[in-house]
Ligand binder design. Structure first.
Ligand SMILES: NC(=O)c1ccc[n+]([C@@H]2O[C@H](COP(=O)([O-])OP(=O)(O)OC[C@H]3O[C@@H](n4cnc5c(N)ncnc54)[C@H](OP(=O)(O)O)[C@@H]3O)[C@@H](O)[C@H]2O)c1
Length: 295
């Protein structure tokens, strides 16, 4: 059985490849830049772009199952190519936002568009819907490495950030085992802590006390605009959001931070139900990523 992993360079996809290889599966991996992939020699590497379905026609030959990154542009064509090639099951790396409180938010629409295409495709499927990734905290790495205080937006807001390895392990179960068809898995990390506590745990992992600054209100708005502005411009160019949407998107983010100050964030038991062990904690993630925070 050949399993195709898209997004094999991604935070989750590279672990999925690793876990499948260890399980003895026949793995094919795709990237838009396959030369950047550093994978075990037994992995069959192909160039393919989810926005250009014809690039998948060859890569899908002989494939039984597929791990998909979320990319709405081209998804109907990719799923048609998968069906034509005889692929049976798709596991999608989706998002908790797809089931979320703001169905009109672009992130919810972006993920639902792909889920709906897969639902229509005639393949069986599993939707893996994680909340915030712990790996987002790598954004703090330059400040920490350079000894500067970490600027946290609403430092005392709670998160249950999930380790990318847990997402990959659940995805791998859905690829290798029966019994996951039609499931929508809501995944969170193993503990609910504040961003300030996350910084302290990174400090503990690297043996250094770390300072942070609590950035709120208009200062947070300005930093969010600077951080996400270029990505929001790209989304306008791609027609995903309208030209007047960015201020509302920034305000929604601020609202989420404010709501999260009341904590705790939800800690869901799905990872443990599937893997038979609790979801990893942020402290475990920080230890696994020590090298990213040190020079
Ligand atoms: N970060 C979070 O907190 C969070 C929470 C919930 C859900 N998610 C979802 O998780 C997914 C991964 O997020 P991430 O930011 O962590 O991504 P990432 O790991 O940085 O990786 C993105 C991957 O997507 C692949 N990709 C992008 N465009 C592609 C295309 N046109 N064709 C083929 N492959 C393409 C890239 O592959 P190549 O560049 O090698 O082609 C890369 O491997 C996203 O869909 C995101 O919405 C993220």
């Amino acid at each position: 059985m050949t399993i195709l992993v898209t997004g094999a360079t991604g935070n989750v996809g590279r672990h999925v490849v690793d876990l499948l290889v260890r399980a003895g599966a026949d793995v094919r991996a795709t990237s838009r830049n396959p030369e950047s992939l550093d994978l075990p020699a037994e992995v069959d590497v192909r160039r393919a772009d989810l926005t250009d379905p014809k690039t998948f026609e060859q890569a899908l030959q002989g494939v039984e199952k597929i791990f998909l990154y979320n990319q709405p542009a081209g998804i109907d064509g990719v799923m048609a190519a998968a069906k034509a090639a005889g692929v049976e099951h798709a596991v999608l790396l989706s998002s908790l936002a797809a089931a979320g409180r703001d169905p009109d938010h672009w992130i919810a629409r972006w993920h639902r568009a792909v889920e709906e295409s897969i639902e229509r495709s005639g393949l069986s499927w599993t939707f893996v819907r994680p909340g915030p990734f712990a790996v987002n905290s790598l954004l703090w790495a330059p400040s920490i490495r350079e000894g500067r205080p970490v600027r946290l937006h609403y430092a005392h807001s709670y998160l249950s950030s999930i380790h990318e390895r847990d997402i990959a392990e659940v995805s791998t179960c859905a690829l290798l085992q029966d019994g996951h068809a039609g499931a929508r898995y809501h995944l969170t990390g193993g503990d609910s802590i504040t961003q300030a506590e996350q910084v302290a745990l990174i400090g503990k992992a690297i043996g250094r006390e770390l300072a942070f600054e609590d950035v709120t209100g208009d200062d947070a708005r300005a930093e969010l605009r600077a951080r996400f502005g270029p990505r929001l411009q790209e989304l306008i160019q791609e027609g995903v959001i309208g030209p007047t949407d960015p201020p509302g998107i920034i305000e929604t983010r601020i609202r989420y931070y404010l709501e999260a100050l009341d904590g705790p964030a939800e800690v869901d038991g799905t990872v443990e139900k599937i893997l038979g062990k609790p979801a990893r904690t942020f402290a475990e993630w920080a230890v696994d990523h020590r090298a990213d925070f040190t020079n």
